[in-house]
Design a protein around this ligand. Structure first.
Ligand SMILES: Nc1nc2c(ncn2[C@@H]2O[C@H](COP(=O)(O)OP(=O)(O)O)[C@@H](O)[C@H]2O)c(=O)[nH]1
Ligand SMILES: [Mg+2]
Length: 330
């Protein structure tokens, strides 16, 4: 155990060791789940072994990503989905990544309140994550939260995230089923094109179908599909659905499409390929963040290598190899 962990633990007199929380998480105890997620978010070194154990127990949940630009209607849709899916007997988990304020670093309160209303009446578990300050990266923290809910027996586990920014796209790409939500009237182009997330969609949904402008957005998306928009899985015929979270209209079509896609993944063998791709991305992403952290937070010899590169004693490529230990100092 490191000295830092010791200090951390002695400040909390009632600190339950993370390994002791694992059986409680697996039993589905909500307080243990919440604590485990907090420790994953804070990247406590003490929790690493417990998270590894939890990962070994996860792997059953259907992970559904819901992405779209801010204002697309994601949180409203997730609340409606919680009610619909819980009503059909599912134990729904939600991890929402909110754009955090640069001043407070906090998550947007409105989303939490709205979604926890839906959660309270349905036995769902909803967690908002801040977008900043994750040692080892946002993707790592978020996907560990998904593992925790998965191991605790939640399925589907929904990830809500804005579809802009590399971290966010990385997170949603780790879902088995990706729903890209576009709102009518939010600019002329399909927002998925602008955000560069068109090709990660397994299902296109147009929100606010109660508004007359929705028809044009649906037509535009259908037109794009007909032109052969880029996509990852050509054996799946990608649906374009209209939903209204306000009226609840056609929400059933979306829940059906989500479960049809899950069936498709299992029956076609595509699930195994996705699992491999997800594992690969998670490893590489965590490694990249750990590397950055090691050398950016005053560690390693980054500064002296910077001087050497600026002074043209060595090139940036040599410096990188030296930092990685792939080349030794001459
Ligand atoms: N008319 C209508 N408004 C909606 C619908 N879904 C969401 N909204 C509104 O769109 C705005 C943004 O919704 P929100 O769920 O916060 O979007 P997010 O930023 O993507 O999470 C809010 O004012 C919602 O009330 C819908 O189905 N119909
Ligand atoms: Mg939201």
């Amino acid at each position: 155990m490191t000295a830092a962990t010791h200090t951390q633990m002695s400040r909390h007199a009632h600190y339950v060791p993370s390994m002791d929380l694992v059986p409680l998480v697996l039993e589905g105890r909500v307080s243990a789940i919440a604590r485990m997620i907090s420790r994953a978010e804070a990247a406590y070194p003490e929790a690493a072994q417990a998270l590894a154990e939890i990962y070994r127990h996860a792997g059953r949940a259907h992970v559904v990503g819901i992405t779209g630009v801010p204002g697309a209607g994601k949180s409203t849709l997730v609340s409606a989905l919680i009610k619909a899916l819980a009503g059909a007997g599912h134990k729904v988990g939600v991890v929402a990544i909110d754009p955090s304020s640069p001043f407070s670093g906090g998550a947007i309160l409105g989303d939490r309140v709205r979604m926890s209303d839906a959660a309270a009446t349905s036995g769902a578990f909803v967690r908002s994550m801040a977008t900043r300050g994750h040692l080892g990266g946002l993707a790592r923290a978020t996907l560990e939260a998904v593992d925790i809910l998965d191991a605790a027996g939640y399925s589907p586990v929904i990830i809500e995230t804005v579809g802009v920014g590399q971290d966010e796209v990385e997170v949603v790409s780790a879902a088995h089923t990706v729903v890209v939500l576009s709102a009518p009237g939010l600019g002329d182009d399909i927002q998925a094109i602008k955000a560069g997330i068109l090709e990660i969609a397994d299902i296109h949904a147009v929100s606010k179908a109660d508004k007359p402008e929705a028809a044009a957005t649906i037509a535009a998306l259908n037109g794009m599909m007909a032109l052969g928009a880029p996509r990852t899985d050509t054996r799946w015929s990608l649906p374009v659905l209209a939903v209204s979270s306000v009226s609840g209209n056609r929400l059933g079509e979306l829940t059906e499409a989500i479960s049809a896609h899950w069936m498709h993944l299992k029956e076609s063998g595509e699930l195994a390929a996705r699992r491999r791709a997800i594992a690969r991305t998670r490893i590489l992403s965590t490694a990249r963040h750990l590397f950055h952290r090691k050398f950016n937070e005053g560690g390693g010899d980054l500064d002296s290598h910077v001087e050497a590169v600026v002074g043209r004693a060595i090139g940036p490529s040599t410096a990188a190899r030296l930092l990685l230990g792939w080349e030794s100092e001459a």
